[in-house]
Design a binder for this molecule. Structure first.
Ligand code: FAD
Length: 396
């Protein structure tokens, strides 16, 4: 029986997996590449009802979402201000979806894991992993090693563990978009606290949610067909982005320009290119397995990446708790998880392929048209996604 696990990556899946494993009686140490306190984690995300239910299964929901606010529905508008649709982005029967700063979610999960006795070590960038048959050894960039019964790759869309599992694994694909965002104060958008609006602008895509204290949390997606060099867009100064975005949204209806003006330079978060991973043939080999974005990074249009990562964490721990061997547990995990995640990934892709917009609009629709709006005619699918219950005691 496996008793120790090396968890690689301390983002969302990492601490959630470590907590779930601990609940299953398996000691887990989280190895995170970033230095302690490095909060470079993007802007904010929406955790679906299903992700919150999965956190509930390991009693981590309240702490993890304490700084977020409920965003149960979404309004989609066109560039002239026309309302294109309003849709629930929550399950009708479970906790409402919550919008939360990504750094707050990372911190809360990390602190809760540590509070429960999980060891988290920073500055540990995995460079290779070797399965020796009766154990697995991880080697880090600082030339240290660690050995455990299992190695679980929670290292995101650019996963190193994925390649250790299968050197021929597909690389993530670039979505043709740069994403960035920030926080604005003192701007009246006319929208109620808790509301979430997305605008298909003429040249770029804009989304904003109004927090209970009136702060406006916004993000923008700017098309850039050629994939930027590593670190290139991250280095572009905030004020340059402000000018770029002001130009991009100048001809659109809606408050994007005013929101940008009301955002302090320090509150514009670094930009990053968007990458996706559609289908990974092998999720595990020997004592190694990948979960979360390392196994399946859906289009942001799904609004589901973080929630699926947390579901994975709970289901993997449950499988390891219940199966007689790690090999059977891993096989059971894939059997349970692959159909659900691939259905969500595929539905997003199918929806994305049926676009009638022009090249720029089409790009946004392809990558960001919320799954639930396109699937509005099939509210059963929305419920299938958001109403999914991952429980600890009963196999879902
Ligand atoms: C623009 C955008 C918007 C999104 N919006 C949403 C949303 O609204 N809702 C939603 O559910 N999802 C959203 N997502 C997806 C979501 O962010 C991811 O699905 C989620 O973060 C996956 O969690 P993870 O733990 O698997 O990976 P990550 O959160 O990426 O964490 C991976 C961790 O591994 C570490 N790491 C990487 N390599 C190594 C290594 N070699 N050694 C050690 N550590 C390593 C990283 O530093 C990081 O801390 C969005 C994504 C994008 C790009």
């Amino acid at each position: 029986m496996s008793r120790t696990a090396l968890v690689i990556g301390g983002g969302i899946a990492g601490p959630a997996t470590a907590m779930a494993l601990r609940k299953a009686g398996i000691e887990a140490v989280v190895h995170e590449a970033r230095a302690e306190g490095d909060g470079d984690a993007g802007v904010f995300l929406t955790l679906g009802s299903n992700g919150i239910e999965a956190l509930k299964a390991i009693d981590a929901d309240r702490r993890a979402t304490a700084t977020g606010f409920a965003t149960p529905e979404l309004t989609l508008r066109g560039s002239k201000g026309k309302t294109l649709g309003v849709s629930k982005i929550s399950s009708a029967t479970a906790a409402p979806s919550m919008t939360i700063r990504r750094a707050d979610l990372y911190r809360a999960l990390h602190e809760e894991a540590v509070r429960r006795g999980v060891q988290v070590v920073h500055g540990k960038r995995l460079v290779s992993a070797e399965d020796t048959g009766d154990a697995v050894t991880a080697t880090f960039a600082d030339v240290t090693t660690a050995t455990g019964d299992l190695l679980i790759g929670c290292d995101g869309v650019h996963s190193t563990v994925r390649r250790a599992v299968d050197p021929g694994a597909p690389a993530p694909s670039y979505a043709g978009l740069i994403s960035l965002g920030g926080y604005a104060r003192g701007v009246d958008t006319g929208a109620e606290p808790g509301s979430y609006t997305m605008i298909f602008g003429r040249r770029a895509f804009f989304g904003y949610a109004v927090a209970p204290d009136g702060e406006v949390w916004w993000f923008a997606n700017v098309p850039r067909p050629a994939e930027p060099a590593r670190g290139e867009v991250e280095r572009i100064p905030a004020d340059e982005w402000r000018r770029t975005l002001a130009g991009a949204f100048a001809d659109d209806a809606g408050p994007a320009v005013r929101i940008l003006e009301a955002t302090a330079t320090a509150d514009i978060m670094p930009a990053s290119p968007v990458h996706l991973l559609k289908r990974l043939p092998a999720w595990h080999r020997g004592r190694m397995i990948v979960v979360g974005d390392a196994a399946h990074a859906p289009s942001p249009s799904s609004g589901q990446g973080a929630s699926l990562a947390i579901e994975d964490a709970v289901v993997l721990a449950r499988c390891l708790r219940d199966a007689p061997s790690h090999a059977e547990a891993f096989a059971d995990f894939v059997r349970r998880r692959r159909p659900r995640v691939e259905k969500i990934v595929k539905q997003a892709a199918r929806i994305n392929n049926s676009k009638a917009a022009g090249p720029v609009g089409r790009l946004f629709l392809d990558a960001f048209m919320p799954l639930f709006l396109r699937a509005a005619a099939r509210s059963s699918f929305t419920e299938e996604v958001y109403g999914h219950r991952t429980t600890w005691e009963v196999a879902a």
